[in-house]
Write a protein that binds this ligand. Sequence first.
Ligand code: GAL
Length: 344
Amino acid sequence: MGNRKMQTGWFLAAALALAALCVLGLGQCGSREQRAEKNSIRLGILLYRGDDTFVGTLRQSLEEQAKRYEKETGIKVVLNIEDAKENQNTQNTQAERLISLGYDALCVNIVDRSMASTIIANAMAADVPVVFFNREPVEEDLQLWEKLYYVGADAKESAVLQGNLVVDKYQQDPSSIDLNGDGKVNYVLLEGETSHQDSLIRTEWSIQTLMDGGVPLEKLTGGIANWERNQASALTEQWLTQFPGEIELIISNNDDMALGALDAMERLNIMDKINVVGIDGTPAGMQALEEGALLGTVQSDRTEYAHAIFTIAAAMALEEKPEEKLTLSDGKYYWSRQVPVKRE
Ligand code: GAL
């Protein structure tokens, strides 16, 4: 009996010590293990801008993934989705809050790719893994900790596929691209954010691919429209007025800006057969393609993209190994598939 009393006393003391460690934020008593036992996980999804079309499609696919995962595994998923409205300080605060609430992992679409260190430091201190996506943090930051990952679509690959859409068409029938048959293709270029890794790489490799494919390019002008349909529409309207009847090809770093260019053409009632190419394969982009307004786009497999983000985050949340669930490059990177789609 005395022994039982001693044992109970010992357990009580141990439990109190454990509770004290928890209160102090020390020890392995966090809510993460408890939730894993309870078969539930909580993931924070931080978006750089909630109204970005392509990021919106990823958000929707992530929600679908979460539902499918719940059905397949019986593990309940709580997704907390936050919009930073293009403000890095806002996003840092959102991350801090979710970390302090005991979220199991964060999926971060970082506002400024050179400013990931604050979120990383907070996540490391609380042992909360982070899957960055779509906006790639600089490499030194990603190397800071083993529980940091990146999921994206390879920018050079998108650009080469986009360039080849035009090269193929030009090789089949040069007059379908060199509309006035003067031996050069006058183009304008719509670029995404200057600070985004995809803008620079896409621009460089689209043009390089066209040149390598023998398309005789002549640049009329170009400008930054930050991935946005309205900005692209305003810029294109300006160019159409500045170069009447001269533009033969509009190369856009994404579909939304390509759609903006089409909006401007429609507004000015321009019936020229200017070719427009985009990247992303968003629902609106695919519709413009089907209607014959867009020559081509490069479609990201958003289901696979979101599946990779979700799978890594869920595995980390349950203390499992992501590399056992999918194939990663250099142990940290997952590159999602993309396919070229053209009008015909
Ligand atoms: C790009 C995408 C753009 C835009 C941007 C936001 O990969 O092509 O449409 O969504 O990401 O980071």
